[in-house]
Design a protein around this ligand. Sequence first.
Ligand SMILES: [Zn+2]
Ligand SMILES: [Zn+2]
Length: 81
Amino acid sequence: MRCTHCELRNMKLPGTAGGLCIPCYALERQTAPRRTSQGMTLANFVSDPCMGCGSHAVDANGWAFWCDACGMQVAVAYPDS
Ligand SMILES: [Zn+2]
Ligand SMILES: [Zn+2]
């Protein structure tokens, strides 16, 4: 399944209008920050390359994002419904 935004990369994460690849998810999070049920804005750690170590060895499975190079792993927030 291709990313619904760029249609170039495989979808990895949930977006507001469908599945997104990692770069498009990061872009969506920049323009529309997601909030927790407590109303707190979540920091976005999803990026390609990894913002922690700069590696492209990043992947995601729809509910988590991780970097194989530095071992960072974060849970991914779902869009506001
Ligand atoms: Zn995309
Ligand atoms: Zn990393």
